[in-house]
Design a protein around this ligand. Structure first.
Ligand SMILES: *[C@@H]1O[C@H](CO)[C@@H](O)[C@H](O)[C@H]1NC(C)=O
Ligand SMILES: *[C@@H]1O[C@H](CO)[C@@H](O)[C@H](O)[C@H]1NC(C)=O
Ligand SMILES: *[C@@H]1O[C@H](CO)[C@@H](O)[C@H](O)[C@H]1NC(C)=O
Ligand SMILES: *[C@@H]1O[C@H](CO)[C@@H](O)[C@H](O)[C@H]1NC(C)=O
Ligand SMILES: *[C@@H]1O[C@H](CO)[C@@H](O)[C@H](O)[C@H]1NC(C)=O
Ligand SMILES: *[C@@H]1O[C@H](CO)[C@@H](O)[C@H](O)[C@H]1NC(C)=O
Ligand SMILES: *[C@@H]1O[C@H](CO)[C@@H](O)[C@H](O)[C@H]1NC(C)=O
Ligand SMILES: *[C@@H]1O[C@H](CO)[C@@H](O)[C@H](O)[C@H]1NC(C)=O
Ligand SMILES: *[C@@H]1O[C@H](CO)[C@@H](O)[C@H](O)[C@H]1NC(C)=O
Ligand SMILES: *[C@@H]1O[C@H](CO)[C@@H](O)[C@H](O)[C@H]1NC(C)=O
Ligand SMILES: *[C@@H]1O[C@H](CO)[C@@H](O)[C@H](O)[C@H]1NC(C)=O
Ligand SMILES: *[C@@H]1O[C@H](CO)[C@@H](O)[C@H](O)[C@H]1NC(C)=O
Length: 685
């Protein structure tokens, strides 16, 4: 047994130690016929050019085959009633509570109308309304969806009230959060800032007392190890967003929500499709199977890893498509997780894949509950309501031999996140960033605390173990911690920033995110960025381009050349396919989309910086690159082109305001720091 383990690691690391890495062919043209060997069997004929393949997939946990109807593009299931709904304990049945709920509705409407009498401001009225709703949630939680939908309709808050807040959508989540949150205080102020049209000003971050937080002080001589001269290859893919319900030739110019769906027309042209969805994807749509397999076949070819594979791969989350809430279900999420992880296994070679959960890889979308919720509300299963997902993901990862059973057990118990100490000296720490994502309603419980879930304590403890063991670490998550600060919550990312400062640069060799679908980066500095300079830059987070073209982007992926001993990044190579060219590929089988090399990060930037060829693209280098951007704003336009993977639809960034804002985002590693930048230039979509 011992012998077998040793032999395996020799094989696994035989390629680490190369001193220069050759890439594959500069371009790859996918075959025009769907590679039918991708799956064992199909519900339809997979090689048709006017519909997408429909593979037959089996659920790893139940052993049951997913029904054809789950992904039938012509008849998309809505209003899933089979998933369990989780409510806090009730004091009154919904029937008995009818008058009380009607009363609450009237009270909230009256409170809102007090505006006309001059009573209070928007914030105080919003908080008062939440208090009435909380009373309902504590007495009759299952009435909350009805109350929410009625208020939503009354205030014209949305055009899809029932489908978004009803009992088969987010209603159950609202009930739990109202029951548990301090709605009159900090939690309520944040809810009324983020979800109710800015009715309250955003409260400032909580004071952070770091005294005693870390087990040991930062070592005096905390520097990164010197380059080894040996290289390894790491693939970074993100935001795949497979759309198994993509309908080729359906409306790609739909009026709202996810296009290329048979049930989502252009409201101005109900009887005629204005822009038929191309077989290989479109800017307004998620990834169809035909594009998915073209990309997965392109990866080994262009990266030069055919036959050998990568040393390892990181996937920074989001497998599932951007469906409206009432078209999603646990089963649909499980289906997509199963399909894509199996395809990764099949096409990306033998190296392990380390994956972080994305906000779309959950149901309800973006939701994940803190472990203490069940204790707080007196019903244990409120703490385990997402375990079905952590079980599915960790089982898939373990079955694919990417993580051991011990690590899988850790992921099941830690929100789908885990840590792996690789035998080569790299510790991979994944995090479930739903726990700092502003769209996760559960984060609005106990918001004054910076780490109510305990996730960041876990990260700090793992980094301490890495420091003690002389290892280096990579942190892998989905929702980025900073940039313009519009996605992450302030308190958790403020704490994360301090943790990064403590363990950079000697332990942390890289941080990796996705979520925005765009090619970006963010730098972390010492002392909470109070003195931004090359000398204070400690870590950098790489945000990978997405496979999905949604929205207005090309489809792309990246490979890092890393130092095989220090795990610092030496170069990043990015490829993409031009989505504006997909329409010409319809109705033929001669060839599919062409993937092309976009750029080498090392060659694109830093020409004016004196930097030895052996030195890594670390935070010091990236800070100097931002100084180069200040000197030469034309380079920001180059950055902006790459940000959207060279999409023909990306806007430029030529104004002084845009240039300054982007440099500010690049230097922002937390929500509070990002929010100090001028807003409005973060995205190219
Ligand atoms: C789904 O539920 C909504 C709201 O209850 C309802 O309007 C719609 O008719 C339902 N659709 C189907 C197909 O059951
Ligand atoms: C959670 O527990 C409660 C109380 O035991 C029970 O009524 C409810 O059905 C459970 N919910 C789920 C989704 O298991
Ligand atoms: C609420 O009051 C403010 C300030 O008096 C006013 O500008 C606003 O139009 C009012 N809104 C509504 C919905 O009555
Ligand atoms: C209060 O809310 C109303 C309704 O949305 C809005 O018209 C008004 O501008 C808000 N007032 C302030 C001071 O934000
Ligand atoms: C900070 O935390 C430490 C350790 O828990 C405590 O001794 C100290 O009083 C706290 N400081 C403040 C200002 O709260
Ligand atoms: C897309 O639809 C809009 C109307 O919703 C229309 O103005 C526009 O011309 C359409 N574009 C294409 C390419 O069909
Ligand atoms: C919120 O904080 C209170 C007080 O510390 C604690 O009892 C409760 O479990 C916390 N709830 C959650 C969901 O973290
Ligand atoms: C900020 O850092 C620069 C470069 O290391 C240094 O010259 C300067 O004195 C620092 N300023 C402050 C206020 O610490
Ligand atoms: C980055 O690498 C350079 C060159 O090896 C080194 O001088 C610098 O200290 C490194 N910066 C960090 C943050 O590790
Ligand atoms: C491709 O086939 C579709 C459906 O049969 C048809 O509507 C479309 O015009 C064809 N496109 C081309 C370029 O021939
Ligand atoms: C950049 O885009 C703006 C807004 O679309 C446009 O006005 C401007 O002319 C563009 N500048 C360049 C240099 O293309
Ligand atoms: C870090 O800086 C931000 C932005 O100025 C601030 O909001 C936050 O409170 C600071 N965090 C700490 C721990 O000082």
């Amino acid at each position: 047994m011992l012998f077998a383990v040793v032999a395996l690691s020799l094989v696994a690391f035989a390629r680490a130690g190369e001193t220069s890495l050759a890439l594959g062919s500069p371009t790859y043209v996918a075959q025009g016929v769907f590679p039918t060997e991708a799956f064992a069997s199909y519900y339809n004929v997979p090689t048709l050019t006017d519909e997408q393949p429909q593979p037959v997939i089996t659920n790893v946990l139940t052993g049951k085959v997913f029904a054809a109807g789950l992904t039938d593009p012509k008849n998309i299931p809505v209003n899933d009633t089979s998933d369990p709904r989780t409510y806090p304990p009730a004091l009154l049945s919904t029937d008995a509570a009818g008058p009380l709920v009607q009363n609450a509705f009237n009270q909230i409407v009256n409170i809102a109308n007090l505006n006309n009498s001059g009573w209070g401001n928007n914030c105080s009225r919003c908080l008062a309304g939440l208090e009435v709703a909380k009373a309902v949630a504590l007495v009759t939680p299952e009435s909350i969806p009805t109350l929410a939908v009625n208020l939503c309709n009354y205030f014209k808050f949305s055009t899809t009230c029932q489908n978004t807040y009803g009992p088969l959508a987010l209603g159950q989540v609202l009930a739990q959060v109202l029951a548990a949150a301090d709605v009159a205080g900090y939690d309520g102020q944040n809810i009324c800032n983020n979800f109710v049209s800015g009715f309250c000003p955003l409260p400032p971050p909580s004071p952070l007392n770091m005294t005693g937080y870390f087990a040991k002080p930062k070592p005096a001589n905390a520097v990164a190890p010197p380059p080894s001269g040996q290289r390894a290859r790491v693939l970074h893919i993100s935001d795949f967003h497979l759309d198994a319900r993509y309908a080729t030739f359906a409306e790609a110019n739909c009026t709202s929500s996810l296009c290329c769906r048979a049930n989502n027309p252009n409201s101005h042209s109900l009887n005629q499709v204005l822009l038929p969805a191309p077989r290989y994807g479109w800017f307004t749509c998620d990834t169809p199977y035909d594009l998915a397999l073209a990309a997965l076949q392109a990866i080994p070819a262009v990266t030069g890893t055919e036959g050998s594979g990568f040393d390892f791969t990181i996937f920074t989350g989001d497998l599932v498509s951007h469906d409206p809430e009432n078209e999603l279900s646990q089963t649909y999420v499980e289906y997509t997780e199963t399909v894509l992880y199996d395809l990764y296994k099949k096409y990306l070679g033998s190296g392990p894949i380390y994956a972080a959960i994305g906000n779309h890889d959950s149901y309800n979308q973006a939701e994940d509950a803190p472990a203490l919720l069940g204790t707080q509300l007196g019903q244990a299963n409120l703490s385990t309501q997402f375990s079905w997902n952590y079980d599915t993901l960790s089982t898939l990862w373990e079955n694919n031999d990417w993580i051991s059973s011990d690590v899988a057990a850790m992921a099941k118990a830690h929100y789908g996140a885990y840590s792996v100490a690789r035998p080569d000296g790299l510790r991979i720490i994944t995090i479930n960033t739903d726990l700092w994502y502003k769209a996760n309603y559960f984060n609005y419980i106990n918001m004054t605390k910076s780490d109510p879930s305990g996730m960041l304590r876990f990260v700090a403890d793992e980094l301490q173990e890495a420091e003690d063991a002389g290892e280096r670490a990579w942190i892998i998550g989905h929702v980025l911690s900073g940039w313009d600060g519009s996605n992450p919550l302030n308190n958790p990312t403020n704490l994360f920033y301090q943790i990064v400062d403590r363990y950079a640069p000697h332990v942390i060799a890289g941080i990796f995110f996705g979520h925005t679908h765009e090619d970006q980066f963010q730098i972390f500095y010492a002392n909470n960025a109070t003195n931004i300079s090359a000398a204070s830059a400690g870590a950098v987070a790489w945000i990978a381009p997405s496979i999905t073209p949604l929205t207005n982007l090309n489809s792309g992926f990246r490979m890092y050349e890393i130092d095989a001993v220090t795990f610092d990044i030496l170069d990043a190579h990015t490829w993409y396919t031009n989505i504006s060219a997909t329409a010409s590929l319809d109705n033929q089988t001669a060839h599919g989309p062409k993937f092309v090399y976009e750029y080498s990060t090392r060659q694109a930037y830093g020409k004016s910086i004196s930097w030895p060829a052996s030195a890594p693209l670390n935070a010091t280098w990236w800070h100097k690159v931002t100084e180069e951007f200040e000197q030469n704003p034309a380079l920001i336009q180059q950055f902006t082109t790459y940000q959207g993977k060279t999409s023909v639809l990306s806007p430029n960034c030529t104004s002084a305001a845009c240039v300054a804002a982007k440099i500010c985002y690049m230097r922002s590693g937390s929500g509070p720091i990002g929010k100090t930048c001028t807003q409005g230039f973060g995205s190219v979509q």
